[in-house]
Design a protein around this ligand. Sequence first.
Ligand SMILES: NC(=O)c1ccc[n+]([C@@H]2O[C@H](COP(=O)([O-])OP(=O)(O)OC[C@H]3O[C@@H](n4cnc5c(N)ncnc54)[C@H](O)[C@@H]3O)[C@@H](O)[C@H]2O)c1
Ligand SMILES: O=C[C@H](O)CS(=O)(=O)O
Length: 474
Amino acid sequence: MTATYGLLIGSKEIFTDDLLPVQDKYSGDTIAYICQARQADVNDAVRAASQARKEPLSPYRRSQILYAASTIMKGRRDELAAIIAAEAGKPLKDALVEVGRAIETFRLSAEEATRITGEMVPVEAYPGSENRLAFTIRAPRGTVCAISPFNFPLNLLCHKVAPALAAGNAVITKPASTTPLSAYKVGEILQEAGLPAGWYNLLVGPGSTVGEWLLDHQEINYYTFTGSYEIGKRVQERAGFRKTTLELGSNAATIIHKDADLELAAPLCARMAFANAGQVCISVQRLLVHRDVYQSFRDALIKHTKALVLGDPKDPTTDVGPLISAKEADRIMAWIEEACNDGAQLLSGGTRRGNMIEPTILADVKGEMKVWCQEIFGPVVTLVPYDSLEEAIEQTNQSEYGLQAGVFTRSIDVAFECAKKLHVGGVIINDTSAHRTDSMPYGGVKNSGTGREGPKYAVQEMTESKVIVINHRM
Ligand SMILES: NC(=O)c1ccc[n+]([C@@H]2O[C@H](COP(=O)([O-])OP(=O)(O)OC[C@H]3O[C@@H](n4cnc5c(N)ncnc54)[C@H](O)[C@@H]3O)[C@@H](O)[C@H]2O)c1
Ligand SMILES: O=C[C@H](O)CS(=O)(=O)O
């Protein structure tokens, strides 16, 4: 029988009448049902979080719970990877990587829980403050609302939940409706790890209802959102003076300079343009290739792309699986067709099987084509030649987005020039825009968002500084 999961609110699993079927994104089969939240459930979750915060957990206890969660997750690696492969359509080998990363995200957050410090402030150096001792502490923000996307249903949720708990906040999560099961499993794991009731609450349902109710609720102190620019903008507008962290989209570029190691660059670009069928916010979408190496890089990219295996995500040999929905596959096919009609050259792919699109390479793209200037979020990479480094930097920066950029070069001068001049949150040298290690500061500029994730940096965002001044000669 197909399992039915409830919402997690306070100490209870709540079952509602409104069941959301969760589909396997490759077969279309319903693999589970999960209950959708009503407005009263949102209010109850906020109340449960406030109630939990009345008995704060010590940093040591928070750390121990997060370490325990990391260990439990390790023991459930295969189960979690199978859920991600089914609900997100992510190839099993990548789903296993995602679980490994989530284990680390919890471990890194456990470490951070014991390192939250303020600083001494030398106020006594100033006239009138001679007898004052001043220092800052970092206080939890309170109730954190974590809204997450479908493409990394486990690790991107953990990047919000684990630092929020490390910092002493209570959390209400709202995962994407297409992929809620990973978030449910995180709730189970945290409970098993000893997290008391009310610190992790799970609400499921559409952004247009449950998401909006969450944005409305004035007892939520902070929003951490990962998703599209359009919804991120709405979150920011609705949050008002409340603090937010927004991790949004991109059309990331990678520069292949004339002195690049093509044997390193071509396979990495092929892999990272099509990982998770291109549904990665830092996916290699725009490749700027120096004209001297354009032909050889192009040929090598085609060769490595054609070697990728398209198919069932549950098959351990699959490299590229389906898109999240037929609607997304329709949109991406329309963008490819539009680019080809406007003069782009199809070098590989461009065909569709169900919700799967063959890894697609487009050349001769122009700046105004959607496949170049908007976020594709699908298995499509575009190629453009350049003559000077200045031109490549300018084209990379000619984007509404600025999440990460990659640069392949053997020259330290070229690497530094790119590092200084590229207007993005992260510059990755001799790797693609799609490289991320979970401990690093991660986030964007421009329409790619504000704030930084990575447990150490997220803990800063999820705490606020408070200054304490002691008049010690009264
Ligand atoms: N920068 C990053 O770290 C990062 C990581 C992953 C994905 N993304 C971006 O996410 C997008 C794809 O993910 P998606 O399709 O799930 O994004 P999305 O914006 O459609 O949805 C993200 C989340 O927001 C919720 N939501 C929708 N409407 C809402 C509303 N009115 N109020 C509150 N919540 C609402 C959704 O239900 C979901 O949980 C891409 O643009 C991608 O680049 C960015
Ligand atoms: O989709 C965007 C994610 O941030 C991808 S990753 O966590 O950087 O791999």
